[in-house]
Design a binder for this molecule. Sequence first.
Ligand SMILES: *Cc1c(COP(=O)(O)O)cnc(C)c1O
Length: 395
Amino acid sequence: MLQDLNLPRRLLLGPGPSLVHPRVLRAMAMPLLGHLDPIFLGLMDDIQTLLRWLFATTNPFSIAISGTGSAGMEAAVVNLIEPGDAVIVGINGVFGARLATLVERCGGKAIRVEAPWGRIIEPEAIASVLQRSGPMKAVAMVHAETSTGVWQPIEPVGRLCRDYNALFIVDTVTSLGGAPVEVDQWGIDACYSATQKCLSCPPGLAPFTLSDRAVAAIKNRRTPCQSWYLDMALVSDYWAEQTRAYHHTAPISMLYALREALRLVEEEGMVIRHARHRLNSDALIAGLIALGFDPVPLLDQRLPMLSCVSLPASIDDAAVRARLLTTYGIEIGGGLGPLKGKVWRIGLMGESSTEANVLTLLNALEEIGIQSGWLSTPGAALQAAARVYSCAATS
Ligand SMILES: *Cc1c(COP(=O)(O)O)cnc(C)c1O
């Protein structure tokens, strides 16, 4: 017989998943309803209303896709891109590259507009490709590039997409719930996110919205969507009040969790929530700089929910991260791709973004630094962070 699950309590400060509020975990333990039970359909309506508010959109098509953030990405691409379509894809990290792969898997032509990892994609670079090339079906880019901590400007690219009559696909997996996402104002046609980053819900759903333009593009496809599971024309018949036709069984308990997580966002208020992410990240960065770490993005292009910093030469990446996990129960992320072994990615997402967590992590790093000899005078990081908090308190 296997033992009962007896899991350690981790402080999740990596690039996702983030900590989950007890109210969300309790919601998941509620009795199961059938996926066509009128009470459950009512909960789905609540989720759609809250998602429209969160995405700042009036899009009727605003749902939660069954699957993680990558399912949201795949749904956007597989529904909007047909064989032969040309798509501009902004690439400055792992997730932009994944978007290009998906475009190609759908038979589309990915026109890669690249920037170095750690830098934004200049909207002018997109503009010049649009000027030079023939008609583009879409432009796809990542708002919060979790592999580098870069905060991409979206609105100027949205204007370009309107001017050149291209659909605009935006990945807000890491930003939604931690920084402003304005789907309507920025002219986004397909926007997807995930539950386990700034929404602080377990992984398993992808919030997703389509503009009327995008819905029309799906209706006018020349070929059927190559994915049956993610065919939004079919899935929408389940979410739409008029039809409610079975397509696949909804992940019932995950939807309970998302509804509760969205209620928590609403209770806190979007403006206060964004300011909380900003403040805790400013304090963390001040502390990390005091320890000799160097932020990878430019300071004014730095994400508030994910800090990517390069390591001082004296610090052993794997050893210190293992020590954080085993001794302190703290998880942070290492680098991906070309940044592997060179950077840390520290997430302060949703429930994980607190002053207590910032100070706990900095304190643990100082203790490890003293014990392993790469830090001689303790206290500098904690003091630097404390200064950020006291400035915020008096201003
Ligand atoms: C995490 C992430 C994804 C992928 O989400 P999964 O939930 O891991 O499938 C996509 N894009 C970005 C920017 C992410 O941070």
